[in-house]
Design a protein around this ligand. Structure first.
Ligand SMILES: Nc1ncnc2c1ncn2[C@@H]1O[C@H](COP(=O)(O)OP(=O)(O)OP(=O)(O)O)[C@@H](O)[C@H]1O
Length: 355
């Protein structure tokens, strides 16, 4: 598969914030969602690829050509800004055609009318941005990028100003547009839901670094870093291997022990990841083959969408979240401050060694 974009050891800075040694490839036709908390460097990374920031080290290669030191207008990269950045004094038609002043493309009129038809903008061509709805403005911004036929489009949180129900619909629409027009894209978001909907792969960013890249299910089921687990709502606890029998390791977490599978040695420090929905709660100790059972004190209860997240303190400063349905919660009849047993299977745990 040919690679549209290649980032090699890419490093840059804005003020005293640094992007460090980013390595990433984007296949033709692929969308990578860049997921990270506020301030993790997502926009800075897009700005560097677009050419608005100088590169300190490393290379940016677009379709086999090194564009690291090219001016932004010489890169042929589409950029949909968070604010959309339409020109307020230009009509929809003038906005869409704006880039044609700087770049020659084949048959611009046909391209313009094909895009107008695709985005159903026929009746809006004479309007100004302030006379459009948010969704219409977004279509104009995407059409303005697409008219120049860039192989790569960068989206910076394009749904951030929409309502939660609109977000999902628009994210799906953007995915469809990218695939229909045969483009490749980087799509910045801080929502895991959105990243999983749009991204063929997800790159998780934290503090100027890409921590992990993988298909959405890889990120979700096999996180490799504490920050990734925190971002996707997976429990993570740190412990030390104190005993190994075949592939089962006994891990000490303060005065508690749990069992994980994996190739570990005594003394290894490991991170243990447990999905909240894999934890079973019970008032009695279960006679279960699952080897991980703890007693916990209920420290927080949060209701959301018919599901209840229950935070349980299992040791000093060690908390695990369990996720159960509201119905199960009512049946359990539990309250803040009470003690409860939590159980999870060895097979439900993912773990990695800390280096
Ligand atoms: N012009 C600037 N001068 C100095 N520091 C800046 C500038 N722009 C951004 N930063 C800093 O760089 C860091 C990364 O910002 P960036 O906008 O890339 O994050 P982000 O992941 O896109 O965040 P968000 O999700 O909030 O948009 C932040 O700490 C920010 O304060």
């Amino acid at each position: 598969m040919s690679k549209v974009l290649l980032l090699e050891e890419l490093s840059t800075h804005i003020g005293n914030f640094y992007i460090k040694d980013i390595n990433l490839y984007l296949n033709e036709g692929e969308i990578i969602a860049i997921l990270g908390e506020n301030g993790s460097g997502k926009t800075t990374l897009l700005n560097t690829i677009a050419g608005f920031l100088k590169v300190l080290k490393g290379r940016i290669v677009l379709n086999g050509v090194d564009i690291t030191n090219r001016e932004p207008e010489e890169r042929n990269i589409g950029y949909i800004f968070q604010t959309l950045a339409l020109f307020p004094h230009l009509t929809v038609e003038q906005n869409i055609k704006f880039g044609l002043r700087f770049k020659k493309i084949k048959d611009p009129s046909k391209r313009f009318y094909d895009l107008v038809k695709f985005f159903k903008l026929e009746n809006l061509l004479g309007r100004y941005p302030k006379e459009l709805s948010g969704g219409e403005r977004q279509k104009v911004a995407i059409a303005r990028a697409l008219i120049l036929d860039p192989p790569l489009i960068l989206f910076d949180e394009p749904t951030s100003q929409l309502s939660p129900t609109e977000k999902e619909r628009v994210a799906l629409e953007i995915k469809e547009i990218i695939k229909t027009f045969g483009k490749s894209a980087l799509f910045v978001t801080h929502s895991l839901d959105e990243a999983s909907i749009v991204g063929d792969r997800i790159a998780v960013m934290s503090n100027g670094k890409i921590l992990q890249i993988g298909e959405p299910s890889d990120i979700f089921f096999t996180p490799e870093h504490e920050e990734v687990a925190n971002l996707i709502g997976v429990n993570v606890i740190k412990g030390r291997v104190v005993e190994v029998v075949d592939t089962v390791s006994k891990v000490q977490v303060q005065d508690k022990f749990l069992y994980v599978t994996g190739n570990y040695s005594i003394g290894d420090e490991i991170l243990v990841f447990i999905h909240p929905q894999d934890i079973t709660l019970s008032k009695e100790l279960l006679k279960s083959s699952a080897r991980n059972q703890f007693e916990g004190i209920i420290s927080k209860i949060v209701n959301k969408n018919g599901l209840v997240t229950i935070s349980l303190k299992i040791a000093e400063n060690v908390f695990l979240n369990a996720l159960i349905t509201k119905r199960s919660f009512d049946e359990l009849d539990i309250k803040l401050g009470e003690r409860i047993f939590l159980t999870f299977k060895i097979t439900a745990i993912h773990s990695v060694k800390v280096f």
